[in-house]
Design a protein around this ligand. Structure first.
Ligand code: PLP
Length: 313
């Protein structure tokens, strides 16, 4: 079952190859041992052509993930950023999700990844809101997972490593098989951490809060975007831990993520959240929409136009 539409090209190890030819060997090291780091980026249509949102920040995080995992990337960031922009042009699609990935390739088997070559690809595909358009409008139903979020003594959550997503997949499957749309993971201290592929925000009495980086989360770029919007809205903001029961008593809850956008949570484990209206979440969603589509001068620094100046190394 393939639900994504093939686009003409994928960038693989320095060149554009036809979508169907972007293949790897079954003994690719990263496939067996999870040694792969990746990014999730979005590109949107604007009145000046397609623009990638927070390209530099995504490649900063990509480089940080590589550093944490002692992975030497065979391409500098300028090359990767240009490849990403060129890929959008090659494929002729404005609204898409972009996936740079670096992994230990086909070399030697055994856990030590340093014996295998590092390969790099950038792929893109058309992807609507990860938790559904209806979820963005009406909110999703979430459950607190029995799976505990990984922490930095086990697998560093701040590195966007493929291995981390085994933990996310367990939580996601538990949620969906129980009839929910998405999971919320607690950390080893029992405090709220994040979703399997999203950060989480809480609104209570007009104050917007999100767990700190030390709670064992990925430092989301959308999380950072939302924090800026909260401040620009003149709302009070706190980076603070909160408990499971503080989820239930929130006025509003929402997920943030490149794939999910800003998606309200309308229910957690059978408790309706707030009044079912999301006045603050809606204001943040509107700002997000304006920013990613290049309709605000204030946030224009976050956009890299595909047909604009080429990024340097
Ligand atoms: C575990 C996890 N948390 C949070 C996020 C949100 O991060 P971002 O806003 O950078 O997409 C993601 C998505 O990449 C994720 O996988």
């Amino acid at each position: 079952m393939v639900s994504i539409r093939a686009l003409p090209k994928i960038w693989l190890n320095g060149r554009f190859v036809p979508w169907d030819e972007a293949k790897i060997h079954v003994l690719t090291h990263g496939l067996h041992y999870g040694y792969a780091i990746f990014e999730g980026i979005r590109c949107h249509g604007t009145s000046s052509g397609p623009a990638v949102f927070r390209l530099r920040d995504h490649f900063d995080r990509f480089q940080n993930s590589a550093k944490i995992y002692r992975m030497r990337l065979p391409y500098d960031r300028g090359t990767l950023e240009r490849a990403t922009l060129d890929l959008v042009r090659e494929n002729g699609v404005s609204d898409a999700y972009l996936r740079p990935i670096a992994y230990s390739g086909y070399g030697e088997m055994g856990i030590d990844p340093t014996k295998s070559p590092i390969e790099v690809a950038v792929a893109m595909w058309e992807w609507g809101a990860y938790l559904g358009e209806e979820g963005v409008r009406r909110g999703v139903r979430a459950t607190v997972s029995s799976w505990v979020r990984i922490d930095s003594r086990m697998l560093p959550p701040q590195a966007k490593c493929a291995a981390n997503y085994a933990n996310s997949a367990l939580a996601k499957m538990e949620a969906t098989s129980g009839g929910y749309d998405e999971a919320i993971l607690l950390n080893a201290a029992g405090m709220v951490a994040e979703g399997p592929g999203e950060n989480i925000f809480r609104v209570k009495n007009g104050v917007v809060s999100t767990p700190p980086a030390s709670s064992g989360i990925l430092r989301g770029i959308s999380r950072d975007t939302v924090i800026r919007f909260v401040k620009d809205e003149g709302l009070e903001f706190q980076r603070t831990d909160f408990t499971r029961e503080e989820l239930f008593t929130a006025d509003e809850l929402f997920y943030s993520g490149t794939a999910a956008g800003i998606t309200p949570i309308r229910e957690v484990d059978g408790r309706s959240i707030g009044s079912g209206e999301y006045p603050i979440t809606r204001r943040l969603q509107e700002r997000y929409d304006v920013a990613i589509h290049g309709r605000s001068e204030r946030y224009s620094g976050w956009l890299t136009y595909v047909d604009g100046p080429r990024p340097r190394a």
